[in-house]
Design a binder for this molecule. Structure first.
Ligand code: FCB
Length: 394
């Protein structure tokens, strides 16, 4: 028999009939040294209790093969908090502290790694400074204020994690878009440094060194972040790891408008379907420059991937362009590791095609293709390539 069938019209063939696969902890988890003894452990010790004289010490190694990496905040601030000012309101940082307390008490150390925030830049700058992401507010003061409260929330959250889950890893995920000068002119070089400080180091430097970058002093006093006594010490907590998200780079020139810090060029060269330049070497440059500039904890590449104009043809998505993106970028990580950058792992963005924020469903980043009319899933070529790579590890 090579198929399973049921009588036509069977109630078991109705969509409302739920199918799953069942497991239980003792039967699959193993990892005996890291759990409390239970009655089945003791029972297994009796000479004739178990037919093959085995026990649940190893079982299916489910625990050691699955590490849960949890991100506590990936942009979905409860609307009721936004109604009270969201990240412009310092109280939101304390609400986050309380939330981290409740979540980490509930999930405990079953979570291998906690990240306080995903990409504070996007929440603060895209959401509160230029308004292309939720909640759609605009203004430099708003952007800098939101960033400060998020960074403060990160520091408060880290302290809670250390108390509640001391054996779990704790850190933060920052996104970096490396900045390159359009020319080697002094003005362009200076503008590029300011752009890097404003976009990238604005988050990295407080977290690692407890201070904002120099570009702070280029801002009008009224636009500077609302730093209170002790905030920078709270923000600067030792990290077990730094999550680095990388997609692309940008070019900068001297500012062309009054009050601007820099001029940002639009993307040139080979582009992904979302319009971001494909320039793998920027990932190498980023990792090596961070490693030179800071005393880094181990790094995880927590997001990297590409939106491509996928076509589902005869049940297949032949996304050779995405496979090439992963290939070239993973090789840059390889090169960075060889010159001494400590990278402990890599996460592809993303498992599934999904709701790509301000782009809606139009941009596909998944290893798995999703037909949004039927919700049918199809593994792309990139999913199989990634699977093969992972399986080839020794
Ligand atoms: C990152 C976000 C993620 C996704 C990718 C494409 O900035 O963390 O949610 O939008 O970009």
């Amino acid at each position: 028999m090579n198929s399973i069938s049921l009588p036509a019209g069977s109630p078991l063939l109705k969509k409302s009939f739920l199918y799953g696969t069942a497991t239980s902890s003792f039967q699959i988890e193993g990892d005996v040294d890291n759990r409390l003894e239970c009655i089945w452990d003791r029972f297994c010790e009796q000479p004739s209790a178990i037919a093959d004289h085995s026990n649940g010490d190893v079982a299916c190694e489910h625990i050691v093969r699955i590490k849960a990496f949890a991100t506590l905040y990936h942009w979905d601030l409860p609307q009721h908090l936004e109604d009270k000012g969201g990240w412009l309101n310092r109280q939101t940082a304390y609400a986050f502290e309380d939330y981290v307390d409740k979540i980490s008490q509930a999930l405990g150390e079953d979570v291998y790694s906690y990240a306080t925030f995903n990409e504070p830049f996007c929440s603060a700058y895209l959401g509160y400074e230029i308004g292309v992401h939720a909640p759609g507010k605009t203004g430099r003061k708003y952007g800098r204020t939101a960033a400060h409260h998020i960074l403060l929330a990160h520091g408060l959250g880290m302290q809670v994690l250390r108390k509640n889950v001391p054996n779990s890893e704790a850190g933060i995920v920052l996104n970096f878009t490396p900045c390159y000068p359009a020319t080697q002119d002094t003005d362009d070089l200076l503008a590029t440094r300011k752009a890097d400080e404003y976009i990238n180091q604005w988050y990295m430097q407080p977290v690692m060194e407890g201070r904002y970058p120099e570009v702070l002093f280029d801002l009008d006093e009224a636009d500077r972040p609302p730093v209170e006594d002790g905030d920078m010490e709270i923000i600067c907590q030792p990290l077990d790891y730094l999550g680095v998200n990388f997609y692309t780079r940008l070019h900068y020139s001297a500012p062309r408008e009054k009050n601007a810090l820099y001029y940002e060029h639009s993307h040139q060269g080979p582009l992904t379907d979302i319009g971001w330049e494909i320039y793998p070497k920027a990932l190498y440059d980023l990792l090596t420059s961070l490693n030179e500039r800071y005393t880094l904890p181990p790094i995880f590449i927590t997001e990297n991937g590409a939106a491509m104009a996928d076509k589902l043809i005869d049940g297949e998505v032949n996304d050779v362009d995405r496979v090439s993106y992963y290939h070239t970028h993973l090789n840059m990580v390889h090169d960075a590791v060889l010159v001494g950058v400590k990278v402990s792992g890599y996460f592809a963005w993303s498992l599934l095609d999904n709701f790509e924020w301000a782009e809606g469903y139009a941009k596909r980043f998944g290893l798995v293709y999703v037909d949004f009319d039927t919700q049918e899933r199809t593994l792309k070529l990139s999913a199989n390539a990634y699977k093969t790579l992972i399986a080839s590890r020794k």
